[in-house]
Design a protein around this ligand. Structure first.
Ligand code: PMP
Length: 287
């Protein structure tokens, strides 16, 4: 079966899917994106992803390229045409293509919209969740608007590649005060010795993760204590449990940070419970 990608109003074969060489996404990373989990052929937390997409566009003063229902239709078409049951749908909007010039182009330039979907191996994710993953800490060298989900992901690529070379699956960014901001492509959490779940409060230094937001709901439902504050890397080393959240991994246990074992080196009970409960609380919409 050939893969199909949506590009600016057309559903095209993967090999032919292309944007202009002077697209501002390509030249300036002047673009935002969303990644939504597809599970059992259904979309997880679609409304929250669409709300964040609208916010990201608003922060960059990029006009909404099409109505919410039209975007929802495109995502569903891409999922269906690629027969994705478990995986992800990726939606990217750039400011559009225009002769290279830093100033924003005029209103005649329309945003570029790309949507693709791909399967993700649930077996591989389950195996990772069973054993837990390793993370490597790195100085947070990103900009001061990490709350906007832009495609300006070079620091994240550098960090994740360095992590991979060290046998770790994710990188945790650390600020000038020695506190963890977030993962390169996830939010970072720890569980302290009282059983409190700790994650950094929202601000311009982290992405407001959709999985993070839904996990707050899960914690509320479960009457589990949540503390939103910065935590130091040294606190994470000594934590009882650690985990990351993202749309594609939901709740993923962390069992090693910088080669140090966290807790007993196995996914902890709080993390496992949250992982189990997540899809019982997350919003599901048919694709
Ligand atoms: N932080 C960063 C930097 C990310 O790239 C991501 C995943 N896109 C997240 C957090 C998690 O966000 P979400 O739960 O919405 O996938």
């Amino acid at each position: 079966m050939s893969r199909i990608v949506y590009v600016n109003g057309r559903y095209v074969p993967y090999a032919q899917a292309a944007v202009h060489v002077e697209d501002r996404g390509f030249q300036f990373a002047d673009a935002i994106y969303e990644v939504c989990e597809v599970r059992g052929g259904q979309l997880i937390d679609e409304a929250r992803h669409m709300a964040r997409l609208a916010r990201s566009l608003g922060e960059l003063e990029i006009a909404l390229p099409m109505s919410g229902p039209a975007l929802a239709h495109v995502m569903r078409q891409v999922i269906r045409r690629n027969r994705v049951r478990d995986g992800l749908v990726y939606l990217q909007v750039t400011r559009g293509a225009a002769p290279r010039e830093f100033y924003f182009p005029g209103p005649d330039v329309s945003p570029t919209v790309v949507c693709l979907a791909r399967p993700v191996s649930t077996a591989r994710l389950a195996a990772a969740a069973l054993n837990g993953i390793a993370v490597k800490s790195m100085p947070d060298i990103r900009w001061q608007r990490c709350d906007i989900k832009t495609v300006m992901l070079l620091p994240a690529c550098l960090a994740k590649e360095a992590a991979r070379k060290d046998g770790a699956r994710e990188a945790w960014f650390v600020d000038a005060d020695g506190c963890v901001t977030e993962g390169a492509s996830s939010n970072a959490w720890i569980v302290d010795h009282d059983g409190s779940v700790i994650t950094r409060q929202l601000g311009t230094d982290i992405l407001p993760g959709v999985t993070r937001a839904t996990l707050r709901d899960v914690l509320g439902e479960e009457r589990m204590p949540l503390i939103e504050r910065p935590f130091r890397l040294t606190e994470a080393y000594a934590a009882r449990e650690a985990f990351i959240t993202s749309a594609t991994q939901t709740v993923m246990p962390v069992v090693r940070i910088d080669g140090r074992q966290i807790g007993d080196g196995r996914p902890g009970p709080v993390t496992q419970r949250l992982r189990l409960k997540f899809h019982q609380i997350a919003a599901i919409s048919s694709a």
